[in-house]
Design a protein around this ligand. Structure first.
Ligand SMILES: NC(=O)c1ccc[n+]([C@@H]2O[C@H](COP(=O)([O-])OP(=O)(O)OC[C@H]3O[C@@H](n4cnc5c(N)ncnc54)[C@H](OP(=O)(O)O)[C@@H]3O)[C@@H](O)[C@H]2O)c1
Length: 182
């Protein structure tokens, strides 16, 4: 798959490495922007207050599948239900929210686990299959939370892993499983 990732930091750089290992053609862009015309998917991995600026520097994003991986630590956008809704308002294509509840510092440990860690995601129908595939190719087990109207729940859900981390668990994986799957 041809993928453009906005952001080269812990999340953007980390996902780029994971997906390149599974054969995807990934271009990671920084503040200088670039051209995503040849990409099928746009992944947004910048601080939340930089979403509009980062997308505004990239040509050829319109109508593409977008995956929003951001969290609200640097701000919540006025006038949007969620960060993913802000991304969708700019890109204008099928949109998903994923990777925001998974610690990037653990990406290199994913493959060492007994079972794949979970990755919660919400997605428009037309973005669901691609998002599930990219979650699997990063080494996680996708757990569907519903359509994009569940994205605000994922924006809020980030408080739980951070509370758990600060309470003593540290950076961690999580797993949601049906009986018999653990
Ligand atoms: N770290 C985590 O474990 C984690 C997990 C899930 C979600 N998130 C979320 O994912 C997003 C990225 O987090 P991160 O930890 O990867 O941050 P990071 O390591 O600080 O990387 C942020 C990246 O965004 C780029 N950037 C900043 N402003 C930009 C702009 N205006 N235009 C284009 N690129 C811009 C930065 O470029 P420069 O290198 O030039 O500064 C950098 O490459 C955040 O929304 C964060 O809340 C983080």
């Amino acid at each position: 798959m041809d993928i453009t990732v906005l952001g080269r930091g812990q999340v953007g750089g980390g996902l780029t490495r994971l997906w390149q290992r599974t054969g995807h053609n990934v271009t990671a862009l920084g503040r200088d922007g670039g051209d995503a015309s040849d990409s099928e998917v746009i992944v947004v991995a910048v601080p939340s207050d930089a979403i509009a600026d980062a997308l505004g520097r990239v040509r050829g994003v319109h109508g593409k599948v977008a995956i929003d991986a951001t969290n609200t630590f640097s701000g919540r956008p006025e006038g949007f239900e969620s960060l993913a809704h802000q991304v969708k308002s700019i890109v204008g294509g099928p949109t998903a929210k994923s990777f925001n509840t998974n610690f990037a510092a653990l990406y290199d440990e994913i493959g060492n686990q007994r079972v794949p860690p979970s990755n919660l995601f919400a997605a428009d129908d037309e973005a669901r299959q691609v998002t599930e595939q990219l979650i699997r190719d990063a080494g996680y087990d996708p757990v569907y939370l519903g359509a994009l109207d569940q994205a605000p729940l994922l924006d809020e859900q980030i408080r739980l892993p951070f509370a758990l981390s600060q309470a003593g668990l540290g950076q961690h994986f999580y797993r949601f499983a049906r009986p018999g799957e653990l």
